[in-house]
Design a protein around this ligand. Structure first.
Ligand code: 8YV
Length: 323
């Protein structure tokens, strides 16, 4: 009897995760060099039991209908699932596995790195060094703002936001602000004060966006809120590009209305090379590498496989999105 089939939309998935799947499934890995295009996914998806994907794959009704009734589970290698149309998933009775928790510390580490490299101008300084700009150094050359004694605000204090708060504690900041639907005892214990998004953007020297993208949080950082920020405020986004009105941000950065931005996520991804963000000295851009350590990505991939296998076995998934 033939095995059920899984489609993996990307290359270089850790072998351990693929072997787990191979024990139970026929595994089809996309033919594309790195990541399957939408066209390739739609060509390959008919008859598959599962799709092993990531946030760059839009899982919508068209894809589900193209897969046909064999499709029972979507396994996304991510904690975020804004790329999945939950209404369509529900309509067709498809389950969704994801990978929370295992990436929390890694993403929090990336955030701290991005925060420091943005405010202390690491990439600008590195570029100057490599291109002959390191000449007669004046006392204020390449100076940034320190994090110590500053007000740091975290928009969205889930697991990742809480881990960022814990790490920030050692920086001797003067005040930690956060937004959340409910008060977070762990963050309160660190001295964190729950405020509204408007209070947070007005009062913070550093603003970190660490919230899931939903209909409610889209453009949570809009033109009005950017206008309320301090003129030296540094904005860091490790959530999703869609959380920020990027055109409004670019406008503010061009006019030096805020101090700078550190973005691991943006719109669209990959960012086109002609985006004004690329040329800006007060912007640090990373290509969505928040969770990119070998250990974390391996753990994430294994969880995706286990989530998919659980559906075949009709047992509880290690991590299932309830909707
Ligand atoms: C992705 C992410 O998982 O977890 C998320 O929501 O955005 C990333 O960590 C990454 O693109 C690997 O698939």
């Amino acid at each position: 009897m033939s095995k059920p089939q899984v489609l993996i939309t990307m290359k270089h998935v850790p072998e351990i995760a693929i072997s787990l799947l191979r024990e139970r499934f026929d595994v089809k890995i996309c033919d594309s060099l790195i990541h399957a295009s939408r066209t390739e996914i739609l060509k390959e998806i008919p008859g598959k039991f599962a799709i092993f994907c990531n946030p760059s794959d839009k899982i919508d009704e068209e894809l589900i209908k193209t897969a046909g009734p064999s499709l029972k589970v979507v396994g996304t290698m991510s904690v975020g699932y804004d790329h999945v149309d939950l209404t369509a998933m529900k309509k067709y009775g498809i389950r969704l596995g994801y990978t929370p928790d295992v990436l929390t510390e890694t993403v929090a580490e990336t955030t701290i790195g991005l925060l420091i490299s943005t405010t202390r101008r690491f990439f600008e300084a590195n570029h100057a060094l490599k291109t002959g700009g390191w000449k007669n150094v004046t006392p204020t050359w390449m100076c940034g703002r320190g994090i110590r004694n500053s007000v740091v605000g975290i928009v969205g204090c889930g697991n990742i936001g809480t881990s960022i708060a814990k790490k920030l504690k050692t920086f001797e900041i003067s005040q930690l602000l956060y937004t959340s639907r409910t008060e977070k005892p762990a963050v309160k214990e660190l001295g964190g004060k729950m405020v509204t998004v408007d209070e947070l953007v007005e009062q913070s020297d550093f603003i970190i966006i660490s919230i899931a993208l939903t209909e409610d949080t889209k453009f949570i950082i809009n033109k009005e809120r950017i206008a309320k920020m301090k003129s030296h405020a540094v904005l860091v986004n490790i959530g999703r590009g869609g959380l920020i009105d990027q055109d409004a941000l670019i406008e503010a950065l061009k006019k030096n209305k805020i101090g700078g931005a550190g973005l691991d996520v943006m719109t669209p991804e990959p960012l086109p090379l002609d985006s004004p963000l690329i040329k800006m000295n007060n912007v640090v851009l990373l290509p969505h590498i928040g969770s990119a350590t070998i250990e974390t990505r391996t753990e994430m991939a294994v969880i995706v496989s286990k989530n998919i296998i659980a559906v075949l076995d009709n047992t509880a998934m290690p991590n299932e999105v309830q909707f």
